[in-house]
Design a protein around this ligand. Sequence first.
Ligand code: ADP
Ligand code: MG
Length: 438
Amino acid sequence: MLPVTRKVLRMSISNIISGFGLFHRPDAVTEKALYEHTSGTAGAIPNAAASKTASDNKAALGTNDARFPLSLRALEKRYDSERQTLAGVDLEVNAGEFVVLVGPSGCGKSTLLRMVAGLESVSEGEILIGDQRVNDLQPGERDIAMVFQDYALYPHKTVFENIAFGLRVRGAERGDIEQRVTEVAAQLQITDFLSRKPAALSGGQRQRVAIGRALARHARLFLFDEPLSNLDVKLRNEMRVEIKKLHQQFGITTLYVTHDQIEAMTLADRIAVMANGKVEQYGTPDEIYNQPATTFVASFIGSPEMNLLTLPLNTQAGVGGVLLGDLFLPLPAEFSAYQGDEVVLGVRPEAVLRAQGQTETTAACLLLIEPLGAETIVTLSVHGKQIAGRWAAERTLTTATTFPIAIDRTRLHWFDPNTRANLALQLVDPAISAEAHA
Ligand code: ADP
Ligand code: MG
């Protein structure tokens, strides 16, 4: 076969494959834009073909200082005139920080990430990396590495060439490319596969290669869009640890998107919980778990979910509170300004206790037992209200039996049923209250 014909044939096959999305999603094309560059614009990276200087080569290898802050200011996105996909996002990511964006499908996580990468335009607002406004920079000029859920590897390139890609297109020197790829491959334990094509790798190995490609060039910012979602649970757990180690080692500022709350809790320095194109709460995993700003955050993080019970506000001996079965749970004194007829009580399953000598208890009927080995999840009915408890492994439980339970009163959460905001925030900070009402 003539070389030309072969080339044409190969091209058309690859087009067909990418057209059917077997290996490539459109992301593969756009990801390419991240590693490439446009010439003629400010900050453009020197072309591989042009005569190279030592400083060109250094630029191609990336930054030596991995620590850049990222600021998102009043960021908005409209794909069309009717709907606002992002409705004003403010987010400050400190230099070297690992921030996880978490939220239900469709809330705008990928859109946000792609805007930071330059793969989507910004409708309103500003994106700053360090003190540089990057809104109008091409993806390749932003000095960002991104890992996608479906890897977006180049199917016709070997693992080595996939990892080397970002360095190669920017014109790094051969020896440096060789060194970087070797280092990264060793770190990710994929040295043995360097000459294989992606099709000959397992899902976990492919994901390692995708991470390797992002790591090879020292970027200012690391973006991950659900990188572990396609892996089975065991691999996901392993890769999660791997990613955490890599971050500890390199300290690159990272924005990581997931809908997996375990990934969010274990990886993040801070978590941004998103809903409907907005950040509902931004805080440390401890703050998100123990001081959820809204019922949405309270129920999104934690498994089983926090029990949320809308109950009438009663008074006993002059004190306001709610009745859960026979238990009177007083509203904390600092919420005495609260005016509603009802209140939402939040109780984490681990604050629902099997009574052991407590004086204040209520009867609960056991509806369902889910043994998980180390612990047992129970579903209880307390005077008709269904609540979940997380107990140490119990072998003696029988459904349809009734026994006393107690509630850990130091761990109660109180929300306004109208605004869905935590009273601790709503009654303390009028600004947050106004926002929750809006
Ligand atoms: P997430 O990653 O949180 O699941 P996305 O950012 O992918 O959410 O999508 C947020 C919303 O924006 C969805 O309603 C989605 O349909 C819409 N959307 C995403 N990309 C586009 C696009 N290219 N054109 C129009 N609408 C889009
Ligand atoms: Mg997404």
